[in-house]
Design a binder for this molecule. Sequence first.
Ligand SMILES: *[C@@H]1O[C@H](CO)[C@@H](O)[C@H](O)[C@H]1NC(C)=O
Ligand SMILES: *[C@@H]1O[C@H](CO)[C@@H](O)[C@H](O)[C@H]1NC(C)=O
Ligand SMILES: *[C@@H]1O[C@H](CO)[C@@H](O)[C@H](O)[C@H]1NC(C)=O
Ligand SMILES: *[C@@H]1O[C@H](CO)[C@@H](O)[C@H](O)[C@H]1NC(C)=O
Length: 746
Amino acid sequence: MPACLSVCLSVCLSDLYFRFNDVAYRWIALDNWTYTTTFSASTELRYFQLVFEGVDTVASISLNGVVVGKTDNMFRRYVMKKVSLLSPVVYASERSRDHSSYRVPPDCPPPVQKGECHVNFIRKVSRFNSWELTSSFQLIVFIVLCVCVCVCSNQVKLWWPSGHGEQHSYHLSVRGTLLEGPLCINPKVYFRTVELVQEPIAGSPGLSFYFRVNKKPIFLKGSNWIPAHALQDLVSPSEGPVWNLLQSSVDANMNALRVWGGGVYEQDLFYSLCDEMGIMIWQDFMFACAMYPTDPDFIETVREEVGQQVRRLKSHPSVIVWSGNNENEAALATDWFGIPVAQQPRYHRDYVTLYVDNIRAVVQKEDGSRPFLVSSPTNGAESQQEGWVAHDPYDVHYGDTHYYSYSHACWDWTALPRTRFASEYGFQSWPSFSTLQKVSVSEDWSYGSNFSSHRQHHQTGNQQMLQQAGLHYRLPDSADPLKRYKDTLYITQVMQAQCVKVQTEFYRRSQSEVIEGKGHTMGALYWQLNDIWQGPSWSSIEFGGKWKMLHYFAKDFFSPVLPVGFEDQGSLVVYAVSDLSHDLHLRTWSSLDPVCTVASGLVLVEGGSAEVIHKQPITALLAGCGGGSCTRLTCLLTFHLEDVNSQQGPINHLFLGSPKNAQRMLRPNITAEVQQDETGRYTVALKSSAVAAFVWLDVGDVPGRFSTNGFLMTTRNRTVTFNPWGPTSTQQLTRALTVTSLRDVY
Ligand SMILES: *[C@@H]1O[C@H](CO)[C@@H](O)[C@H](O)[C@H]1NC(C)=O
Ligand SMILES: *[C@@H]1O[C@H](CO)[C@@H](O)[C@H](O)[C@H]1NC(C)=O
Ligand SMILES: *[C@@H]1O[C@H](CO)[C@@H](O)[C@H](O)[C@H]1NC(C)=O
Ligand SMILES: *[C@@H]1O[C@H](CO)[C@@H](O)[C@H](O)[C@H]1NC(C)=O
């Protein structure tokens, strides 16, 4: 959509995201639109190109009344242009009707998603490079690069993923003369290698699946990225929201994001920021959860799209892998669309035609420096062996997996897939009240309201959240309806944070071992990082940038050094996980709060590994503590790692029973005081009369974030800092601050 149109929409109409407006404004997509502008160009100019970025989508372009082409062209000069946009919904529907020889499912998304039909028939055009290289120009860059690499390659400093080293860059200075005139640019250049290692593992059927960057195996920690706004140009021109999301990723100790194939190819700035911050990008091509047509027009458009995107993005060291589509191998293999058996070979052929014969071929021609995967999840090399569609793309012995289970108790790690690489998993939660308040009115503020149902785009999602929360926590029961609503939002965030923590810790501790042929897990990318609007979703960051409890938890569970504790057949087991490059000698200190403390012996933990550091039957642990005064329901376990000098990594904790059954859980009566110290820093001094779980500080819509949040408070005093993202004051923060802990909601 052209910038002026979306600006107009947001000015002329009330907020697109307000209440039910997403449906109320559907007519916009059903109509045709014309965008005109006037510009002048020097008469001296002999030659120029008009560059269109992200015209959405089907458009004819005229210059001074003459049709000069379609959206994806560059033109010669003149003084006016006029872009006529067809309704994408109508266009997609017509294309689907024209394709009458056979059906290309799905026709429409499930009603709960309130989406449009036949999206697989339209390529919502992505972005074009505003900096298209001419061949002479490429030649100059090539020559200069060769010289540079020959001169210093022995000491070239490498680009490393965040947490593994610097993101070293060089400035390339290019001066030259092209036909069109003098040229002078100074692009940034980075050096790194990347390999996707799929090779036999001793003692295991199947193949490994991990990334090696600069020859070093790297565990990918992070999440999945979706578009940051439905109207892309409202977030593109400014660095703000995108920068904030990416900075929030590295601040939470992430080193990787997967740009999901159901969204958009992101703008150049996104990848430049990832380069600078050391965020590795798993880049899907934009095909998701559907079959696609393979008629010559469609293939031609796709080939052009893929070629352009690869040329645009391949200079970014952050991009470490291309992936053909999201879940389409799985959709075929497990027959999501009920295709009759006799017709399946046709869809299989179409799949290979599109992703292998065309997309893969174009990518490999343009970029021989990166691995290419056909799908996610996939069995990788094994899928190829099986004709590109494996009989079970979720096989944990190969490739990556996506895993979701909402009804099963999420604390039970024994049901989790011990996969080679977890590229999607997650749980939903609601955003905070202050975020929802911006798009709702008081009649919407209950869990059962029409608004609450309307914003939920996942079938029975609202019930699933409460059902999962109810397994371990008491559900809010305040007689005050508004408090009950706010408490319910809180409890969904508690549930989500704890569920994703358990699962991520399981994947991280599975990196160095193979059990019954499974394991050697080398990636944990939960679904999903960010939100496209204010509604319930799997995200860890709300629309607008506010961190949910999950994101604060991610900062800890992705910590470079992490103690992971869990129960295995009646025993407490503690692992030390380390992403460091060097070895550590670590012991764990475990406290049954507040009664006793146990220390293990020192264990050697190699860099890039997970080792068992302590194991003890829980009955023995309880009996040996405080004369047996601890039970599973009265004590909880906290633990941390120490080397000979100091604490390494965060303090972690383990509930030995469900908090909903906890005995002697007192109302903690937490008081909080906001202060500003001499350096101008805002702190919140907390005092609590009892151990408090999931202590949550919220300052409404004052933008910023806390140093920690959602934490377990086992000491009487604790000080947390608040980093505002704009001007604020002690008074404003004091007025806005609320503190909630688990015991407050019932
Ligand atoms: C949109 O444009 C198409 C093609 O020019 C035309 O057939 C259709 O009637 C137009 N629709 C509307 C709502 O104007
Ligand atoms: C909820 O939506 C239904 C169906 O649109 C409507 O009949 C009902 O009046 C709405 N309820 C409220 C409280 O707005
Ligand atoms: C909570 O703590 C504050 C300050 O420590 C105290 O003044 C207040 O009486 C306590 N309230 C309850 C209900 O115990
Ligand atoms: C907690 O802080 C108060 C002052 O804010 C101080 O008087 C008290 O000694 C502290 N208690 C502990 C256990 O540190």
